[in-house]
Each structure stands twice: as structure tokens, then as C-alpha cells.
Design a protein around this ligand. Sequence first.
Ligand code: FE
Length: 254
Amino acid sequence: MAKKHKKSKKLRTRVPRRTFLRASSALGASLLWTACGGDDGTLEQAGSGQSGTTGTTGPGSGGGAQSSTSATGPGATTGASGGTGGRPPTPECAETEDNIEGPFYKAGAPDKTSLYEAGMPGTRLTISGQVFGLDGCEALAGAVLDVWQADDAAVYDGAGYKLRGKLHPDADGKYVLETIIPGHYLNGAQYRPAHVHVKASAPGHVLLTTQLYFEGDPYNDIDPFIKPELIMTLSDGPNGEKLATFDFVLAPSP
Ligand code: FE
């Protein structure tokens, strides 16, 4: 199992620092929200309710994350495949880095076993891993991963819950998230790297709000929010999909 870097300083109580949302069409058409803002927490309305609002999708959208085969970020591990439901406490077991919530979180997402839906455009992606507690680095039962992301055209679903859902890892904290690689959307004057938002929680532990990124994304180097510990390596799956791993380590509640 890959090691995790020790972090220097951390807020133990996380309050969503930026909240969001913006609707588009007032008619029956689906409300699709795209990002355009001064930072990830401020935005303007864009588009007219049509999917794939033009002007917000970056070149190489959905495919910007390049494949590679070696592990990178400390958060990117082999937890799901190699975990046994727990591991001994180790200095390398460090709380997962948080990251901004951004403007597109939508409460009330339904329970899902997969965010991917048949026919959904984009590069299929499977992220797997495990949820641990910082207290002893034991696997956590009862964890919930509330996940949301943009689609291949860099659009967040503001009307429904496409690419939004709550995953329930097993009793050993293991999870498998089937989805697609998100597109790039404009954040002010520049595109954000592809990312998957997650709120990870478990009984007796502090809610973690973070984002998962992809090694090789052309916008990683210019993004003001990305943290290296949150960058996952992609490898090629057997059916053309991309594979990534990420373990979450949650701090115990005060
Ligand atoms: Fe986002």
C-alpha cells in the first residue's frame, strides 16, 4: 500500500468555504450548470440549459488526464485491491488533504453503486480504494462518499443527479466508483483540471470535503486549488476504461 505524506497543518473542523450553484433554463429543459467564476466559489450563469454549453469546455476536455502506470500522490494507493480491512498504525498514515467544495455541490444526492450510466459520453473511469480513520489507521465501517462531478462536456447537472451520488463503502471501508473522466470547465479566465468532488464521512470522524485530480492533466500546473496529494495516477483497464486508486483517511471527531 502506498504511503501518505504527513501534512503540516490542518483544520480539524471543516466548514464549506464556498457554496454555489446556478441554474439556467426556466423551462422544462434540464437545468445544467457550468462553472464560470472568479474562483471556484464565485460564478456567473452561463448557457441556456443546453447540455455541453459551448465556451466552457477546454481543449482536450475529458481526455486531458494522461495515462501512466506508476503511483503518484500519497492519496493514490492500492487500498481496494490490497487491503485486508485494516492496517497497522504508521507514521505515513496521514489525514487526507481537504480541498475547496466549489460552487456545484448539491445536497440530497441519492445512493448509487455507480455514477456511470449506459451510453454516457466520455472516457470510462473506475476509482477504487478504502476509507480509513486517522485514529490507528483502521478501516472504517459505515463510511459514505458523496460524489459529484462535471460530465464529459464539463457541465454539472443542476436539475437532477446525473454524476452525483452517495456511495456506501463496505464494512472494510472499500469502495469502487464507476464514472467517467470529467471535462475541463472555465473558472474565470482559465480552465480547471479535471477533478472529482468528494465529501467523505464516517461515524465518529470529521467530514472531509476534497477533490481528486489526475496526473498529466494539462491544467494541473496552473490551477490554484490543486494539491499534489490529491493527484491520482491513471492506468489502462482491460476494457478501455481508465483505472485509479485513492484511499481516504479521516480525522476522528474532536
Ligand atoms: Fe468542480
